[in-house]
Design a binder for this molecule. Structure first.
Ligand code: GDP
Length: 290
């Protein structure tokens, strides 16, 4: 089980339960305290940590462990199940024709993620295309085209056009033969009315099958309000956490997942087009607690 590679102090607290047949409140508190410490350090929202703690405590104390299960294994199982509940399952991504739109703030890693996802779909035997609608950031077109070349996927953009909606419309026509269209959008330093209005117009034009919110792993408490604004504007079906190769553990993104009632689709782990992983709960939980 994933919790076998937990932090030392958490393992210690669990090991104190070894040989016990009954679990008392003090034992559970010690375990919960260690989990809280790790999760808060990983930037997980305080309310989410508290609600997880309450669930673990009440289940460990109220539910009867199945016959033959030791106190340690029982608490371990509850902790694991509740952590899976917290981080969620991976966003469902059918390997079929679809259009995916990426949203997020400036610098979150959208353009890089568009190329990575295109590469990922190409490894699954689908033909992807990137549509670059970011007309605000100088260099977005060149960066995107270069990454599309590196990923060996189709690309559409128009460096001479300044209407992103028009680029989106023409991009959809130009990439008709692609199976998966990934639409990159402009970001800003902060979410303002102009960005919201623009992304709403692009989304109306594109009518994507799913919108993914791209978040930097270092994004702390502001992930929640950002997610709420994007959710209200276009609806968010999944989250991508980037820059997990750095020191940040990405726990802040869980508030965005909670706020949008969505799940995590991908993790970005570097700057090249291959540095992408499908999210899976076990690895992410280990990362949060480790
Ligand atoms: P955008 O403004 O949202 O399109 O962001 P970009 O895709 O341009 O990314 C901003 C910066 O973050 C670039 O320098 C990328 O190379 C870098 N970046 C993006 N994703 C990752 C990642 O997973 N790991 C690391 N180390 N850098 C990343």
């Amino acid at each position: 089980m994933v919790l076998d590679d937990l932090g030392k102090s958490l393992r210690g607290a669990l090991d104190d339960l070894r040989g016990k047949s009954r679990i008392d409140e003090e034992d559970v508190d010690a375990v919960v305290k260690e989990i809280q410490r790790s999760l808060l350090q990983a930037d997980v929202d305080v309310d989410l940590v508290m609600s997880l703690s309450d669930s673990i405590k009440s289940r460990a104390l109220d539910e009867e462990p199945p016959q033959g299960t030791s106190a340690r294994d029982w608490v371990l199982r509850i902790v694991y199940e509740e952590l899976v509940e917290l981080v969620g399952e991976s966003t469902d991504l059918p390997l079929e024709n679809q259009t995916i739109m990426l949203a997020g703030l400036y610098g979150s890693g959208k353009t890089t993620t568009a190329a990575k996802m295109a590469w990922w779909f190409s490894t699954k035997g689908l033909r992807p295309a990137i549509i670059q609608t970011d007309t605000d950031r100088p260099g977005a077109y060149d960066q995107s085209k270069e990454m599309a070349d590196r990923a060996e996927v189709d690309f559409y953009g128009d460096p001479d056009e300044d209407d992103p909606v028009k680029i989106a419309r023409e991009g959809l026509e130009a990439t008709e033969s692609a199976d998966v269209r990934i639409v990159d959008t402009a970001g800003r330093d902060g979410l303002n009315e102009e960005l919201i209005a623009q992304i709403e117009r692009i989304e109306q034009e594109v009518n994507p099958d799913r919108n993914l919110l791209v978040l930097d792993a270092a994004m702390g408490q502001s992930a929640k309000s950002q997610a709420r604004d994007f959710q209200e504007a276009i609806g968010i079906e999944g989250v991508v956490i980037t820059k997990l190769d750095g020191t940040a553990k990405g726990g802040g993104a869980l508030a965005a997942v909670d706020e949008t009632d969505s799940t995590i689709a991908f993790l970005g782990t570097g700057e090249t087009v291959q540095d992408i992983e499908r999210f899976e709960p076990d690895g992410f939980i280990s990362r949060l607690l480790g």
